[in-house]
Design a protein around this ligand. Sequence first.
Ligand code: ADP
Ligand code: MG
Length: 564
Amino acid sequence: ADQKETLGFQTEVKQLLHLMIHSLYSNREIFLRELISNAADACDKLRYRALDDDSLFEGDSELRVEIEFDAEARTVTVRDNGIGMSRDDVIANLGTIARSGTAEFLKQLSGEQQKDAKLIGQFGVGFYSSFIVADEVTVRTRLAGSERSAGTQWVSRGEGEFTIEPIELERHGTEIRLALKSDAAEFADEYRLRALVRKYSDHIDLPVQMQKVEEQEGEDGEKSSVVSWETVNEAQALWTRPKGELSDDDYKAFYKHIAHDFTDPLSWSHNKVEGKLEYTSLLYVPARAPFDLYQREGVRGLKLYVQRVFIMDDAEQFLPLYLRFVKGVIDTRDLSLNVSREILQQDPQVEKLKSALTKRVLDMLKKLAKEPERYQEFWNQFGSVLKEGPAEDYANREKIAELLRFSTTHTDSAVQDQSLADYVGRMKEGQQKIYYLVADSFNAARHSPHLEIFRKKGIEVLLLSDRVDEWLMSHLSEFDGKALVDVAKGDLDLGDVEDEEEKKAQEESAKAKQALVDRLKEQLGERVAQVRVTHRLTDSPACVVLDEHDMGFQMRRLMEAAGQ
Ligand code: ADP
Ligand code: MG
């Protein structure tokens, strides 16, 4: 294939391009962030591969991004000397959306511009944002270490197809030239571009350079202009800088770079640790759950650096699954530069780092919980993931339990905003246990006949209806020394809340109803284990109760669904 070919975009790409061009209009400047971010990723990749083979640098190991513009021709060019792409890479990366999330993304589209705009960054569709400002995009690229003649040129107007042809390229790496739309001419401007670079790319560990033109007077009095490259951004990896130097805006911009998210994070924690373990971590709690939070193959994990060298994205070994929503960076001296995913699974240092980072995140959440409104935002997005915690992380279950939030009969609201400590603080005199009820929905829980006696006595009950709740409760048997008890299981012991007289009256009425009980037993036969008179109910005539050790209804259904 050594001539020009025209290929079509994947259907999803077409839809996406259409959407992007129409919905991101008010957010156009982000194209530059996306292109610089890709260039930085490409340089990270080359630096990493060159650890094994430094001929890949082709004698040019000063990795950098260059930005040029031409106001008259209305073009902006972003160039890097990173890893570059082969012809096949180009077709795969710039013609299709490889990420499994695309279909989901398109499903979630609402047509509300603001929301869609925020979704886009999350789906790793950064490159296509070029078409918000450009009516034609030209990509010229060559894979580092390949022949000069192995370059590729890709051109598209974003209207359904692109052309691709082989070209000769002196430099490896990628150059992207945007021919700006007439209403986007403002971007072919020195000050605008410099301001955007500072705004979006200060924190990346790579110089972003622009040309500086200076008038010079030669010895002969002739004026000439001298062009030199000048680094515009700070160009120091953010997490290596002292906290005191960094503003909230710096942290937020960095989050957007690593998380591919447009929304500000809810919270972050930046720590430099020296001693037995040596690492710097910068961990973020996002404000919004990603679409793949519950998918087995969902993207999770931290960006791993070893001694400032980028090693891999999505290193999942450093946090437990129930904290999979956390984004961030870990940079350590305790691992070797040629660490691989396989090695990560066995290295004992990784286990130590994992437990240290887990503690950091739990502490960060505890701090966040002091701001109830913001914590609620967190809980609404990630609460049901955190509920997996006590089962996965026995050692930290106390800490996790403090972070849990529930609906209860106290508020009678579907909003899960009550902590176990809140509940304990409201316990009745003589009450020794924490009562809960599991049902399929909040409404089913709220109207359950099991609650009648509790409502009558004014005893609070946690109302659980998330899929994970029964799983959670089977691993959380107590809090603050108080047992957690399912009100639908076994004998109901209300402890000292019941008075003696009441008990006697109940026993008597049970005796009086013996004949009825016998008749019911006869009728129901094998279908029930027992029939008994209860004081659980005040209004309903009867209810089904599980044995104390029986599996709950929710778990049964889960097991049935799994074919057990
Ligand atoms: P993402 O960066 O989230 O993967 P993008 O749409 O921004 O998504 O880029 C798509 C892919 O195109 C990248 O994953 C990368 O493989 C490739 N790519 C984009 N820009 C460059 C570049 N400057 N150098 C090398 N590869 C690039
Ligand atoms: Mg990108």
